[in-house]
Design a protein around this ligand. Sequence first.
Ligand code: B12
Length: 165
Amino acid sequence: MTGEARAYGGGTVTGPHRPTVIVSSMASDSHTWNLVYLELLVGELGFDVVNLGACVPDELLESECLSRRPAMLVLSSVNGHGHQDGLRVIQRLRALEELRELPVVIGGKLGIGGGLTAEETAQLLLAGFDAVFDDHQGASSFRRFAATLPGGAARLSARVEGAGA
Ligand code: B12
């Protein structure tokens, strides 16, 4: 199947090479529709998506990132433990030389008391996340972040042109 045929939505992204983005939950979280949503969104932005699914053990996340060398890792959590899970996971990934530069973002319903506090968000960023998208921010800031990845801006404009916007 060609890159063009796999493109989601109205716009067509041409070109044979689509970088891979890994979408994943973390160990404690069994919710799945958030991952389906992200798979569609990231695909629409012009990337090939590997969706690791729910309740992903830290070891599997690490080995998938090492073997696939994705353009970005997108972590999603909605069960309220995302702040805790995220801190543990990012520390593990950033401890590996090979994954120090990998763009890693986290989003969803990350705490149990509504949105994260500024301090909790800062903890995640300091621990190594490149961006935190707690639910109150919406998807547009995530789209803007994805556009900053290598080839990302070109992908967005190719899509806008393809959609006739
Ligand atoms: C369905 C559901 C379940 C099902 C899940 C089935 C399945 N296969 O997914 C079951 C019954 C298993 C379940 C279990 C639990 N659930 Co539940 N569940 C829900 C429910 C009703 C809908 C979730 C859903 O599918 N939404 C549709 C998807 C598409 O949207 P979403 O998940 O909201 O994700 C959106 C955003 O968060 C955002 N997003 C998510 N990730 C990311 C990442 C990035 C990078 C970005 C940019 C955006 C983003 O984009 C998505 C689209 O807008 C919600 C309540 C609700 N109405 O939302 C509660 C809810 C998520 N569950 C909740 C809880 C507490 C639990 C349990 C702990 C309950 C319990 N005591 O056992 C367990 C946890 C199990 C576990 N180990 O994780 C809470 C979480 C509270 C919190 N975070 O503060 C919620 C919010 C209910 C509530 N109001 O209390 N749950």
